[in-house]
Ligand binder design. Sequence first.
Ligand SMILES: Cc1cc2nc3c(=O)[nH]c(=O)nc-3n(C[C@H](O)[C@H](O)[C@H](O)COP(=O)(O)OP(=O)(O)OC[C@H]3O[C@@H](n4cnc5c(N)ncnc54)[C@H](O)[C@@H]3O)c2cc1C
Length: 477
Amino acid sequence: MKRQLIHEIEERYMEYLRDESKFEGSADSISFPENEEEILKIINEMKKSNTQITIQGGKTGIVGCGVPLRGHILNLSNMNRVKEFEKTELGDYLLKVESGITLLDLKKAINKLKNHEELFWPPDPTESSATIGGIASCGARGISSYLYGDTVKYIEGARVVSSDGTIREIRRGDEVITFYGHEKDLLDLYLGGEGMFGIMTELTLRLLPKPLEIWGISFFFENKNDVFDFIGQLKEEVLNVDGASIAALEYMDRATIDGIQGVKEVMTKLKELPDIDSDISSMVYIEIHGMKEEAVEKIAEALMEMAMSFNSDPDRAWAVSGDTEIEKMRIFRHAAAEASNLFIEKKRLEDSRITKLGTDMSLDKECFGSLISKYEADIEAEGLNASIFGHIAGNHLHVNILPGSYDEYKKGYMLLEKWSEEAAKKDGRIITEHGVGKLKKPMFLKSVPKEYIEELRRLKSIYDPNGMWNPGNMFEN
Ligand SMILES: Cc1cc2nc3c(=O)[nH]c(=O)nc-3n(C[C@H](O)[C@H](O)[C@H](O)COP(=O)(O)OP(=O)(O)OC[C@H]3O[C@@H](n4cnc5c(N)ncnc54)[C@H](O)[C@@H]3O)c2cc1C
């Protein structure tokens, strides 16, 4: 019997109407194509009824990017094959994959590659069920972006299906377009484009040799001023030495630690880690990557000394190395986001209007401690609870409001609006790694000039002339 390509939305597909933001949309039909030929058939079918399409990966997004508002959902989870691997003449390692492959399966596939040194793909938003297409489309990056930078650096090409049915291979450097007075690589329109310009069916990823030494240290602080002073000092002093560098610098407040301890029962790997004493106000997780053990050790020693001088007890620090132990530290950090998402999931059962309320702003020029104190004062003034964690570099913090009711949700939303307006005035970035999607759209639209949106519309009309892809992301379309 011929496999049914397009399914009507019925009970068993309800989970495809939401993502991890818990924002819920609506759709008439869904498909899970296995190849480009099937994608083309679906496009043709949808064109007949003028139906818009929302492209979906792993649905782990936290701003509703992949949540449909109407029309058809094209879910790419069945396009998850690993294609070619090559070492170029310049010594670059390139791996071509279908875009629906998950981060977990990508890691497994990279570990199986033979006849060369161990490799890895640097972007790691820690949510292992995220797909590479979703990561590429949101510019998701995760903790080690401190050392490795933005995700775009690790994508060399994409195969794109457009709404007119054409398929195109785009490599970095192939074509330059103008956007808002600047030159932009065409590839970068699709990377970070939140699926607004076409479907990426394949991506060519640039892999790096894996550091031979990866060490992680979690420092615990009783006093908040101490942690802020420690972070201030860390930002001033460059601790990198030849052969090793700091790769991740993460902050977690007490509410975040409590949230993580609260999900130990559902995240079994967390149970292996000890509980954190109640006198601890915050923690800082630092990862060091290097090819030489002595170099990594040198940084670790300098960090230990520095933390000690700010009253962090070295006997209470967690210092680990090796893949298995590092994985536990990363799971701990990942649980910070997981815990706040689970909180929202529970609250949503009480009131379906509640969705995730978290910031993704970076305010490079601010003082880390003053910024946190300001967030905390605003949260307290509104009588709200929140967990604050995130990337110390660029003061890229995720303030997750934990509303107890819809009234608190509304207050939290207003705080997010206020903070993003303030951040825009201070040249901060409102959206750094999660995307705009549907939930951050009002804040995004207020934070950028009208001409910027007009430019996005202009490019959308060129690359998606039928207005088919992802209605409602970024701006009304
Ligand atoms: C617990 C948790 C922790 C997280 N931690 C981080 C973190 O540390 N850092 C971070 O950056 N993010 C983090 N995220 C967010 C999330 O994992 C990312 O946004 C991820 O990139 C989404 O991928 P996805 O496959 O789930 O995409 P989806 O949510 O399904 O879709 C996201 C967007 O990508 C588009 N898209 C998907 N595939 C394609 C394609 N092939 N072609 C064109 N467009 C496509 C969709 O249309 C949509 O606009 C976290 C999420 C969770 C739940």
